[in-house]
Write a protein that binds this ligand. Structure first.
Ligand SMILES: [Zn+2]
Length: 374
């Protein structure tokens, strides 16, 4: 769907418009053009018009909404050991969310085929035959080139380097396909929970460390690695070699993977970063101290970025973010070292969108792709 029709549908799908008058005002199109296109969208069963909207005096406008048969979006957010699957309507509202075990280390072909099988299964089980699938999104825990939609030099993903993820999925789906870094998806979803803020940094503190950047309300991808803070060098007395081969990357000290290694060396075995949160809540001193140090190191890196970018919000999500000392330490480091003008009105807060942030972000980005691509 091209141009103006897509714009009008998006305004309704995102809840910004609920009448033809709203559409005319927001799109700048003449009322007659809006009416013509709305009729076409209703004929195409993308929009439905019914009941009465908010009255502004005079005749009550009929209310526009997405047709229940307008379509669904299928999203798979891949982690190291699991995949989170989501079916969303075109407004981005989740219809189904479920998590399944999935080893990303099995390599791209096996992993993506398993994910596509799972998506086909939930679509067949949950989506009526007359409702079309309109787009597929894969969230990847590594860097993605936005031009080629290939994975580029990821950590902990053997066999994935330079793999054409979109090309592989296109052999199964003749639909718009979006392949996006997981922290970028999370940032796009989190941005929907801060509708009055334009500039955000969304840190994902999980097994790895990622960050997505929202500039002027839109995801900033750069060349694909924008927001990647994991391989920034940090100051250290000793030297630790990162998975990337360089010494003293932030990830080698402050990621969930690094904390699990450090705990193991202290004789405390955990299997996933979320377990570290449990240890902190149980006041295990080793865990609390490690998380506090991780927060301080992340905060020191953010200090540079906050001075440079002056975001309105730094939101911290990911499985480690539920550990309170992490956020507190990040906040302390940023407040201590940043310019007062950079921290005036700055909010550093736990992410609001919760576990489904990446799915929400995928829905928002995929709607755009589904409505603008031919
Ligand atoms: Zn590194």
């Amino acid at each position: 769907m091209q141009g103006a029709q897509g714009d009008l549908l998006r305004l309704v799908a995102t809840g910004k418009a609920e009448s033809r008058a709203d559409l005319a005002r927001l799109s700048g199109l003449a009322a007659s053009s809006v009416s013509l296109r709305v009729e076409e969208l209703i004929d195409a069963r993308l929009l439905a018009e019914e009941g009465s909207g908010t009255s502004r005096g005079g005749r009550r406008p009929r209310r526009l909404r997405l047709s229940p048969t307008a379509g669904v979006l299928a999203v798979a957010d891949l982690g190291a050991h699991h995949v989170r699957l989501g079916l969303l309507d075109l407004s981005g509202t989740p219809l189904l969310v479920e998590e399944r075990p999935c080893e990303i280390a099995d390599g791209p072909r096996a992993t993506l085929d398993r994910v596509a099988d799972a998506l086909d299964e939930v679509v067949a089980a949950r989506v009526p035959a007359e409702v079309p699938l309109r787009g597929v999104c894969a969230g990847i825990p590594g860097p993605v080139d936005p031009l080629t939609l290939r994975v580029v030099t990821p950590s902990r993903m053997p066999g994935w380097n330079d793999f054409p993820v979109a090309g592989h999925l296109a052999t199964r789906y003749d639909l718009p396909i979006l392949v996006e870094n997981d922290a970028n998806l999370m940032a796009a979803g989190e941005a929907r929970r801060w509708p009055d803020r334009e500039n955000l940094m969304v840190v994902k503190a999980g097994t790895g460390i990622g960050c997505g950047v929202i500039v002027g309300g839109r995801l900033h991808r750069g060349r694909g690695a924008a927001g990647d803070i994991s391989h920034v060098r940090v100051r250290s007395d000793s030297s630790v070699i990162c998975a990337c081969g360089h010494p003293d990357c932030l990830e080698a000290y402050a990621s969930g993977a690094a904390l699990m290694t450090a705990l193991s060396e202290a004789g405390i075995e955990v299997t996933r970063p979320a377990d570290i949160v449990g240890l902190v809540n149980d006041a295990v001193p080793e865990a609390t101290s490690l998380v506090r140090n991780a927060g301080r190191r992340i905060g020191e890196v953010l200090t540079v970025l906050v001075n440079f970018f002056n975001p309105d919000v730094v939101a911290v999500g990911g499985s480690l973010s539920a550990a309170e000392p992490l956020i507190t330490s990040i906040r302390a480091a940023v407040w201590e070292r940043c310019l007062p003008l950079a921290t005036r009105d700055l909010e550093i807060a736990p992410a609001r969108a919760g576990r489904d942030a990446a799915l929400l972000g995928a829905g928002a980005l995929l709607l755009e792709a589904a409505l603008t691509l031919p």
